[in-house]
Design a protein around this ligand. Structure first.
Ligand SMILES: Nc1ncnc2c1ncn2[C@@H]1O[C@H](COP(=O)(O)OP(=O)(O)OP(=O)(O)O)[C@@H](O)[C@H]1O
Length: 262
């Protein structure tokens, strides 16, 4: 009989689950970015090192070994941006305040009916008139830092005001509008731009800004393309293009049935 020499307890399961979760989050962050090629480069480098060691090629193996020895520091330098994004994601999505705040667990800030109607109406208008728009709905992640890059308004959400803000050539039309707690918190805000390399060519800076913010927050984001008039809905780093006003309405009410990731 084979003796049972491996002890496998609940903490080992937990250990594996945590590592799997961390790797999955890292994969989500680097998927489609230049970082994935860097990972491939590192993997090839590591394989080469294993090979030369297996063939006892002392000189080359000791040179490659020097680089491997500095591995963690080198990784931190090369993936500075990704590490930053990863910590931001963990800190904002899973922060202690949210975990222990029962209210936020059971009732995430709901978007009021009149607010969603105003946004759906404006987006329909923007879509028809091919007016570019970028509208962010803050959820649990605090977006005040981004709001501060623009003009703080704290105004009531109405279709007229939203349409005025994005009206071409007006002072506030550039950048994003951030809606928090059912108020227009700010307009003309600058968002972080995604550096994903696998996006369709039609997605310029406006769409990249939506994806960039979505990668580091739980915000719901609506983009209307100035070029095509298409409405795109973005959440959790994923997007759906050519969203109809009806779909937009359901998504804003957090019913994501039909949110098929493109
Ligand atoms: N970092 C940013 N944060 C917020 N808004 C941005 C940012 N970068 C660009 N924008 C907005 O996007 C506009 C430029 O859009 P661009 O044409 O490059 O994007 P697009 O995704 O192709 O959209 P469209 O389909 O509307 O042309 C800018 O005028 C500005 O309003």
């Amino acid at each position: 009989m084979i003796p049972l020499f491996i002890k496998f307890g609940i903490f080992d399961v937990l250990d594996i689950l945590i590592v799997a979760f961390i790797f999955y989050q890292i994969y989500r962050l680097v998927k489609g970015t230049a970082a994935i090629n860097i990972f491939a480069g590192i993997f090839i480098f590591y394989l080469a090192w294993l090979l030369v060691r297996a063939f006892n090629m002392e000189l080359i193996s000791s040179i490659l070994g020097q680089f491997i020895g500095m591995g963690v520091i080198a990784l931190l330098i090369v993936f500075q941006q990704e590490v930053r994004r990863f910590l931001l994601l963990i800190g904002s999505k899973y922060n202690l305040q949210n975990i222990f705040n029962l209210e936020s667990l059971f009732a995430k800030p709901a978007i009021k009916e009149d607010v969603s109607e105003a946004i759906v109406q404006s987006c329909e208008y923007f879509s028809m008139t091919k007016t570019g728009a970028l509208i962010v709905f803050a959820q649990n992640t605090e977006l005040f830092n981004y709001a501060q890059t623009g003009v703080i308004l704290r105004a009531k959400v109405t279709a007229d005001l939203i349409e005025n803000i994005f009206f071409k050539n007006t002072p506030l039309h550039d950048g994003a509008v951030i809606i928090a707690e059912n108020k227009i918190l700010a307009a003309r805000c600058i968002l972080p731009v995604s550096d994903k390399t696998d996006l369709p060519g039609s997605m310029g800076l406006r769409h990249r800004a939506a994806l960039g913010l979505s990668a580091v927050s739980d915000a719901l984001i609506v983009v209307v393309s100035e070029e095509t008039g298409n409405i795109t809905f973005v959440k959790d780093g994923s997007y759906k293009v050519r969203v109809s006003p009806e779909e937009l309405r359901t998504f804003l009410h957090k019913d994501f049935t039909g949110f098929i990731v493109n």
